[in-house]
Every structure is written in structure tokens, then in C-alpha cells.
Design a protein around this ligand. Structure first.
Ligand SMILES: Cc1ncc(C[n+]2csc(CCOP(=O)(O)OP(=O)(O)O)c2C)c(N)n1
Length: 358
């Protein structure tokens, strides 16, 4: 005997097309003019931050940095649908979401430099330090969401990973647990087409990444990740459902990173062509949203220039603060390890400082 026991499909959402025209009137989010302007300002800030961070790493003034240009709509549109009470569990590329959720920019610069103050998130900021281990944040997130559920708090845990991250075992574990326990969690995957140099087609046979949610029994949806209104719409729905006890969602945002994987020596010309790059650049999230706003009379060249100037000042200010942080000492690494250092750590500390161990 053979019968169909389940059938599933994955929907793709887009609100604004490449030319900034609305393709689905029913899905245009209910945002005020001020909020629309804010979305654009945040994307412009993110692009400027990216350009500056790339220069700073080349000058040796920052350490680790993963470029974000191309992914602004995914990052900004998704974070905008959360509240400050919701918890963000980011990956190393997700600095813009951290900034807008309250993580001080100077701390993110210190994080880039490997300074431990960079990972000390202020108590009232609901963000975890950006995760370097691929997939680790996907198992932490249901834990946070479970705490919200047990305490009866109407808060949501939101995590981010890339297309490569969905091939990691932790990804399935985290989503499965969230599905089984019906937790208030959102798993946001930024499919930027490459896991370092490995194209998405080469690291999974799955037709879409969103369908990976089906195996975990949770909602999966694919969205045009370069369309900020589309991203906001699907994220808003996912966050609200989670908040109302309707369970987790996984979102696949189809996007592209224009720069290298990180500034640590990766050369994208070895794994992608100029044609691929220009195809994606035509879908640029800033150009399309700018066109949309200009047609509504909500954006202008002058406004954009003002935002750019403010962004430059904010970045310079944060950099100054990061530069004035006390230099780390070798003993700092030992002192934060345990509340009570072990005998061996005490011995190592004494060796470093030249003092006797006691
Ligand atoms: C557990 C683990 N394995 C391998 C790595 C090395 N690594 C760093 S980034 C990366 C690719 C990640 O690709 P993706 O999830 O698509 O994210 P993207 O960087 O494209 O945003 C890998 C394999 C790591 N950091 N952690």
C-alpha cells in the first residue's frame, strides 16, 4: 500500500521588486512615514559603517570583520520587527542588528579587536555576543525562548545564521527542540549564496533552505532578502505568532554579500564571477527602497547626505571610545575564567606577574 501522508509547500514573499514597485499590495506593512524613513536611515548607516569598517581593518585598526553590504534589508528589516525586550542571538556578521538592539558600537569595535570588554554586553541590552561557532547560537536560542515561556513572559528569542549554518547539526537540534516545545523563537537564515567559498547548491541538495523547517514541524517561509518591506512583513508575522504562543518560524532571506566573506584574506574572485555580482547588485536593497520612498515624497538626496554625515560622526565617536579602553593584560584572561581560580591558573598568574602563588 502507498498513500500520501503529508504534503508541504514553501511560499516566497516579495513586496517591492527590483525597481521599487509594489508587487503585492496586500503585504505592504502598516508602517508610518517616520518608520519608513527610519528603515532607510538605518540601511544607509549600515552601508557607511561597512565601508568604514573595511577601511579600518585594512589600516590594522580593527581585527575580525565580516562585511555586510547587500544584506542591509535582511538585517535591518528583521530587527525592526522586534522590541527591545526580545532577545537577539547573532552570528559574527550580524553587527547592524546588534547596534539597533542597543549593543554599544564601541563595544563591537572592541569585540572586533578581541578585547574582552567587547563581549561584556550591558545588563539591559538583550543581545548575546556575536557567535563565531557556526550553529552554536541555534541551540542557545530555544533555551532563551524556553525561559521566556516558563516565566510567562511575552518575549521572543531571535537568532541569525547563514546558508552554511543550516548544514550544521546544531541547526536541526535547535529547530527541532523549539518545534517540540512550541517555543517563542524565530530562526532567521540569511542565504547570501556562499559559505565562505562554497556555493549554496554545493552544500545542500535541498531546493530551498526554508523547507528545512518542515522536518522540525515549524513554519518555514522564504522571502526576497533584498526587499526590506518583504523582510519586515514576514518577520513581523513570525515575531507576533511567537509572542502569541503560536510557535516558532524559520525564515530564509534570499540575499547576497557584495564583499569578501571576512577581511581575513578571502578572495571572492576565486569563487564567483563579475556577472553574478552585477546581477545581485541590480537588486540592491538601498536603491530599490530609495526609489520607493522618493516616489512617495519621503526621501531626498539632502536627507540621505545628512544621514551619511551623522553616521560618520557616530562611527568616529565610537572609535574614539574604543581606542581609549584600557589595554588588556595577559592576566585579564585568567581573572575572568572562574570566580575562584584553580591552583593551576593561580600558578600561571604568578608566573606572568613574577609574584609568588598563594
Ligand atoms: C563549527 C564551525 N565550523 C567551521 C567554522 C569555520 N567557518 C567560519 S564561517 C564559515 C561559513 C559560514 O557560512 P554561512 O553560514 O553561509 O554564513 P555567512 O558567513 O555566509 O554569512 C565556516 C565554515 C566555524 N566558524 N564554526
Amino acid at each position: 500500500m502507498s498513500k500520501t501522508v503529508a504534503e508541504h509547500s514553501v511560499s516566497y514573499v516579495q513586496v517591492l521588486d527590483e525597481n521599487g514597485k509594489v508587487t503585492n499590495k496586500d503585504l505592504v506593512p502598516d508602517l508610518k512615514d517616520e518608520q519608513l524613513r527610519e528603515l532607510m536611515s538605518r540601511m544607509v548607516f549600515t552601508r557607511i559603517l561597512d565601508q568604514r569598517a573595511i577601511k579600518l581593518t585594512r589600516q590594522g585598526r580593527l581585527g575580525f570583520y565580516a562585511p555586510v553590504a547587500g544584506q542591509e534589508a535582511s538585517m535591518i528589516g528583521s530587527e525592526f520587527a522586534t522590541t527591545k525586550e526580545d532577545f537577539i542571538v547573532p552570528g559574527y556578521r550580524d553587527l547592524p542588528q546588534c547596534v539597533y538592539h542597543g549593543y554599544p558600537l564601541e563595544k563591537l569595535f572592541l569585540y572586533s579587536r578581541g578585547h574582552q570588554e567587547g563581549g561584556r554586553v550591558p545588563e539591559d541590552v538583550n543581545v548575546m555576543m556575536p557567535q563565531i561557532i557556526i550553529g552554536a547560537q541555534i541551540v542557545q536560542t530555544p533555551g532563551i525562548a524556553l525561559a521566556f515561556k516558563l516565566r510567562g513572559e511575552k518575549r521572543v528569542a531571535v537568532t541569525y545564521t547563514g546558508d552554511g549554518g543550516t548544514s550544521q547539526g546544531d541547526f536541526y537540534e535547535g529547530m527541532n527542540f523549539a518545534g517540540a516545545m512550541q517555543l517563542p523563537a524565530v530562526f532567521f537564515v540569511q542565504n547570501n549564496q556562499y559559505a565562505i567559498s562554497v556555493p549554496r547548491e554545493k552544500q545542500t541538495a535541498a531546493e530551498t533552505l526554508a523547507q528545512k523547517a518542515i522536518a522540525a514541524g515549524i513554519r518555514g517561509v522564504q522571502v526576497d532578502g533584498m526587499d526590506i518591506l518583504g523582510v519586515y512583513t514576514v518577520m513581523h508575522e513570525a515575531v507576533e505568532r511567537a509572542r502569541n504562543g503560536e510557535g516558532p518560524t524559520m525564515i530564509e532571506a534570499v540575499t547576497f554579500r557584495y564583499g569578501p566573506h571576512t577581511m581575513s584574506g578571502d578572495d571572492p574572485t576565486r569563487y564567483r564571477t563579475k556577472e553574478t555580482e552585477s546581477t545581485w547588485e541590480k537588486r540592491d536593497p538601498l536603491i530599490r527602497f530609495r526609489t520607493y520612498l522618493e516616489e512617495k515624497g519621503l526621501w531626498s538626496q539632502e536627507e540621505e547626505e545628512k544621514v551619511i554625515e551623522q553616521a560618520k560622526d557616530t562611527i568616529t565617536e565610537a572609535l574614539k571610545k574604543a581606542d581609549s579602553a584600557a589595554k588588556m593584560k595577559l592576566t585579564d584572561l585568567i581573572d575572568v575564567m572562574f570566580e575562584e581560580p584553580t591552583i593551576e591558573l593561580k600558578r600561571q598568574r604568578a608566573e606572568i606577574t613574577g609574584e609568588g602563588a598563594n
